[in-house]
Design a protein around this ligand. Structure first.
Ligand code: C2E
Ligand code: MG
Ligand code: MG
Ligand code: MG
Length: 293
């Protein structure tokens, strides 16, 4: 859609610009406005603990309610925002909202839910990152142990020592640190040793291979999870959609599951309703698992 818009307008107004750069220009301009006029919104996807079947945590995911193009998913604008420093403003907006949300859930419903935010690699080039985060923590009065930051391995490919130092500083603030999308890229096991992660999230592409008969996929995933657990990491499986995947992950002692099998990302109100409903139903889920096993 963005492309079509860009193409039409380009023909009319911007004969000097090429289409791709004009499309970028349009979206990047819109992002600036969107932050000011609160067009972004957050949805929350539950992570279900496979031992207790409780929901102790969730991932925040951004959506853009664009005045012309409707509800946009991150794939339509995050990489464009990453080409400029706009991603820094977006993620900081998300971080602030999430901290406020954590505090709200705690104060209003007496629920301690740890919520993660996705942080693009650019943040790790910012000298004052830690100061900025500290300021948000103070402003929102959030319990930092309920805050989680997810980074992908692209962060780790940059200057290793400074990234490691930054992650350690985040840990000193008692923030939970996760490696996202494990198994999507090169995903060296060494990253898990070298950097101070609390959690590793296995990518949905990797999870989908779990039931595939070839390539020893099942064995590889089982051993990977065992290794991660032996390293003391909390293991989350992303993109779990089927009961077969769930059963295997339970058997492999994976700690938490995030996926459509339990829930899509939800609005704040739906999320709280889901947590309550899920609590009542967790025994049913458990017996269903036993039945299927
Ligand atoms: P991610 O961090 O790996 O988030 C998980 C993505 O998988 C989400 O897509 C979620 O809706 C989707 N998902 C969850 N369970 C299932 C499932 O069972 N099946 C399938 N097919 N998909 C599932 P979403 O919300 O479209 O986000 C895509 C990516 O955009 C995220 O991947 C993350 O890298 C990025 N992103 C999202 N929000 C933010 C943000 O606030 N800041 C930054 N920098 N990046 C963000
Ligand atoms: Mg993530
Ligand atoms: Mg992921
Ligand atoms: Mg990701």
């Amino acid at each position: 859609r963005a492309k079509e818009q860009g193409k039409n307008k380009y023909k009319v107004y911007h004969s000097g610009m090429n289409m791709e750069s004009y499309r970028r220009f349009l979206i990047q301009n819109d992002i600036r406005k969107a932050i000011q006029s609160e067009q972004f919104t957050l949805v929350f996807q539950p992570k279900v603990n496979l031992e207790t079947y409780q929901i102790d945590s969730a991932e925040s995911l951004i959506r853009w309610n664009h005045p012309k193009w409707g509800l946009l998913k991150p794939i339509e604008f995050i990489s464009l925002a990453e080409e400029t420093n706009l991603i820094l403003d977006i993620d900081k907006w998300v971080l602030k909202k999430v901290c406020e949300q954590i505090t709200y859930w705690k104060e209003t419903y007496n629920k301690s839910i740890r919520v993660s935010v996705n942080f693009s690699a650019q943040h790790f080039l910012q000298r004052n990152l830690i100061e900025q985060i500290k300021e948000i923590l103070e402003d929102t009065n959030v319990d930092p142990t309920l805050l989680e930051i997810e980074v992908t391995e692209t962060v780790l490919l940059r200057s290793k020592d400074s990234v490691k130092q930054t992650l350690e500083q985040l840990k000193e603030l008692n923030i939970h640190i996760s490696l996202d999308d494990y198994g999507k890229g090169y995903s060296s096991i060494n990253y898990l040793r070298e950097f101070p992660f609390d959690t590793v999230k296995i990518d949905k592409a990797f999870i989908q291979e779990i039931t595939c008969p070839q390539k020893h996929s099942r064995l590889i995933i089982e051993s990977t999870i065992a290794l991660m657990k032996n390293l003391g990491l909390n293991v989350v499986a992303e993109g779990v959609e089927t009961i077969e995947q769930l059963n295997l992950l339970k058997e492999f002692k994976c700690d938490e599951v995030q996926g459509f099998i339990f829930s899509k990302p939800l609005s704040t109100n739906d999320f709280i309703r889901y947590v309550d409903k899920h609590k009542q139903n967790s025994s049913i889920i458990d017996s269903q698992w036993i039945k299927n096993n």
